[in-house]
Design a protein around this ligand. Structure first.
Ligand SMILES: [Zn+2]
Ligand SMILES: [Zn+2]
Length: 335
């Protein structure tokens, strides 16, 4: 993948291992402030009372990790994702206990439950790497990130399983990923490691649901493993969520292969690429190849009640996260 341009406001990442990052530099909260759209915020909140869907977005942590909570509520979200530190460094300064306390304080103030907050792992990590040094650094970063979750009072942690880089078999890569998870579980108690399904780009593992199942099977404490289903990745991997009844079919396939009890979260992304293209290119809701009707089915699917449903779309001006969240809530039939 060619290096991409990034602007000061966007998520900045550097890729060291193949396919370990999401398709876009999207995910920053943009410039949404409460005074820019106070009425819509209230209106959206009223519309959500009693709604069992926890829709939100990946928000930035610029200016302090607690800012993520503010960004979430400002855009009318009921759930959010965030990075736990810089995407450019393997070693990060320790989390300031005051910042962690402020984060937790903000969460309770804004009524955000840890069950609806899903940190996203660093793109530097490759827990399936065939390179010993990268594997060790990835294990250490996984432990560090889980510790940060604990310090922030969070229970869930989502990451990309890993890539074989084409130099080991998928099976060997899966063993290494499960090994890293087992190691991290020993080091840090309680936090649930949530594997993300991938688009199947390059040599990444987790495009096929059976690969996720194979990882889970090798995790010793299966009460501490889950799956975050990314709609763009699933579509790019060949699961036709855009077809009539595609959402039901996808969930049935997931249940058959992995088991719905492992379904912990969803990443709501439309796809720039076509079905089965294996390209990890996110698009704004309803603007891509998946289309709005699949998202309407998603926000009306009872199986997805109560879990975080998180946008990682480009969020272009005029159709930023606040608008996309509002649109998705407007599609809910049971408001
Ligand atoms: Zn991801
Ligand atoms: Zn995702």
């Amino acid at each position: 993948m060619a290096p991409r341009k990034s602007t000061a406001k966007k998520r900045k990442t550097e890729e060291t291992e193949e396919g370990q990052r999401d398709g876009d530099d999207s995910g920053a909260p943009g410039d949404l402030t409460a005074d820019k759209m106070p009425e819509r915020k209230e209106e959206t909140r009223r519309g959500k009372l009693g709604n069992k869907k926890y829709i939100g977005a990946h928000v930035g942590i610029q200016g302090g990790i607690w800012k993520a909570v503010e960004s979430c509520t400002e855009m009318g979200g009921r759930s959010f994702a965030l990075f736990l530190g810089s995407q450019r460094s393997w070693k990060r300064p320790a989390l300031d206990p005051k910042a962690a306390a402020k984060f937790q304080e903000q969460c309770s103030l804004q009524g955000l439950d840890p069950a609806h907050i899903l940190p996203h792992g660093s793109y530097l990590m490759n827990c399936g790497s065939p390179k010993e040094d990268v594997y060790e650094k990835s294990q250490a970063l996984l432990v560090d990130e889980l510790s940060r979750c604990s310090a922030l009072g969070l229970h869930l942690y989502n990451f990309h399983p890993g890539s074989s880089l084409g130099s080991i078999s998928t099976q060997q890569c899966i063993e290494r990923i499960a090994g890293a998870i087992n190691y991290a579980h020993q080091q840090v108690p309680a936090v649930v490691t949530v594997l993300e399904n991938m688009s199947g780009q390059g040599n990444t593992v987790g495009g096929d649901f059976s690969e996720l199942k194979a990882i889970i099977d090798q995790v010793r404490d299966r009460s501490r493993v889950g799956v975050c289903l990314d709609t763009c990745h699933a579509f790019a991997a060949g699961y036709d969520v855009a077809a009539d009844g595609g959402v039901k079919a996808l969930l049935e396939e997931f249940d058959k292969t992995v088991g719905l009890k492992y379904l912990t979260a969803v990443h709501l992304n439309d796809s720039k690429g076509k079905l089965g293209c294996h390209l990890d290119r996110h698009e704004d809701i309803g603007k891509g190849q998946i289309g709005l009707s699949a998202f309407q089915d998603i926000v009306n699917e009872p199986i997805l009640d109560g879990i975080p449903l998180i946008l990682e779309t480009p969020g272009r001006p005029g159709f930023e996260y606040a608008e996309q969240i509002q649109l998705l809530y407007s599609l809910c039939k049971s408001q």
